[in-house]
Write a protein that binds this ligand. Sequence first.
Ligand SMILES: Nc1ncnc2c1ncn2[C@@H]1O[C@H](COP(=O)(O)OP(=O)(O)OP(=O)(O)O)[C@@H](O)[C@H]1O
Ligand SMILES: [Mg+2]
Length: 248
Amino acid sequence: MSVISAKNIVKSFGKLEVIKDVSMELEEGEVVAIIGPSGSGKSTFLRSLINLETIDNGTITIDGQTVVENGLYKKPEENRQAYQKLGMVFQNFNLFPHKSVLENIILSPILVNGKTRENAVKDAEDLLEQVGLSDKINSYPYQLSGGQQQRVAIARALAMNPKVMLFDEPTSALDPELTGEILKVIRDLAAKDMTMIIVTHEIEFAKNVADRIIFMADGYIVEEGTASVVVDNPQNERTQNFLKGFKR
Ligand SMILES: Nc1ncnc2c1ncn2[C@@H]1O[C@H](COP(=O)(O)OP(=O)(O)OP(=O)(O)O)[C@@H](O)[C@H]1O
Ligand SMILES: [Mg+2]
């Protein structure tokens, strides 16, 4: 059974049709990278999966629960549990600026999941160790580098114990020398069989970490397959042209 199944997703902003007909299945433990030109609908697609955007048509099933069927959404309270199985990390970290690293991480587990503060703190300490930031537990976001902030954002998403992690260009706001630390954290998650969808412009990274690569353009999936096909031997002319921009 797929953890995420998206069928025939369609989404417009006003008159602009951004996702024209996208279908994908994500299996448990699978890592999928989505690549493609700016404006092709990658972020909109990810945001639609986690209900930050409302789709106009299509069917989305998360871990067996159909949250929207042919464009018709179930009631929010029926879908809440399904959406909680997804964690998301954004390009710009989106930490709460006036809360410490610890408070950023424990807030939702306590408020949403009803964890005790004691357990939430213990889990936060473990997660900070996992992302190499134990020494920053009492720091505030403005005291951290971009790479550190992004690692806190990853820890915060993991603290909700998601079944699937969605990453939307997690390194594109970072200086190149900070990119590696984020990619390492994601690689560690892949090694632990975390199920993930990663939108990225880091083609080499996508090639390394992803079981499958999807090339999106113009609101469609143009090509998908293993890295050795999509990146090294693309069949579609649009994929070939897109990838030329990354080769030296
Ligand atoms: N909230 C919005 N209102 C109106 N138009 C939007 C909105 N969000 C996205 N769009 C438009 O939808 C299209 C797809 O945007 P999206 O952010 O999904 O692309 P993307 O593939 O993630 O691009 P990038 O690689 O630059 O992040 C773009 O033309 C964008 O301007
Ligand atoms: Mg985007």
